[in-house]
Design a protein around this ligand. Structure first.
Ligand code: ADP
Length: 163
């Protein structure tokens, strides 16, 4: 039995995140998407909004569930019997950062293995922060995020279609 968790801000979810979930969920008994709620970070979407978006986006998978968490990720794993911490890798910058993080997490709890899944070529430049920046100027992000996220971004930045 391999229970995995996939933590992140998901502010908002992108096709890059969803591709990682699509390609990996079958490898595990259960996959928990863990949405970080960090009081020191500023998010565009509230915790509840991020939870609602991600829950809708993964509703087709019966071994995937979505949760909010405001403590250490390794504590989530410990409390929910997860033994794999999944991370997506876009490039060498991600790798360097994620490698260090995996060492820190191993120091906190040696029973949890970090697994890296490389992105697919077409999503390697997708980043929530850049997508927000583009959307804030009314740029077209429809190829980067699912329709419900595109609509939510338009509402946030006041670009929704007037009836
Ligand atoms: P970001 O704000 O950079 O998109 P998140 O904290 O929401 O990052 O990302 C959660 C996890 O998903 C991290 O492991 C991150 O590296 C990974 N990830 C983010 N975007 C992509 C992508 N386009 N392809 C693969 N993995 C990704």
């Amino acid at each position: 039995m391999i229970n995995a968790l996939y933590p992140g801000s998901f502010d908002p979810p992108t096709f890059g995140h969803l591709n990682i979930i699509e390609r990996s969920h079958d490898l595990f008994t259960h996959l928990d998407i863990v949405i970080a709620v960090n009081k020191n970070k500023k998010y565009l979407f509230s915790a509840q909004e991020r939870l609602d978006l991600m829950t809708k986006l993964v509703s087709k998978y019966n071994n995937v569930s979505v949760h909010l968490w405001d403590k250490l990720i390794v504590d989530y794993a410990q409390e929910h019997n997860a033994n794999v911490l999944l991370r997506g890798i876009r490039n060498f910058t991600d790798f360097a950062y994620e490698f260090d993080l995996s060492q820190l997490n191993r120091g906190l709890n040696g029973n949890i293995e970090t697994l890296f899944l490389p992105t697919v070529h077409e999503f390697s430049v997708l980043k929530s922060s850049s997508i927000k920046e583009l959307a804030s100027f009314g740029g077209d992000v429809s190829k980067m995020v699912p329709k419900i996220v595109d609509e939510a971004l338009k509402r946030k930045y006041g670009f929704e279609k007037k009836l």
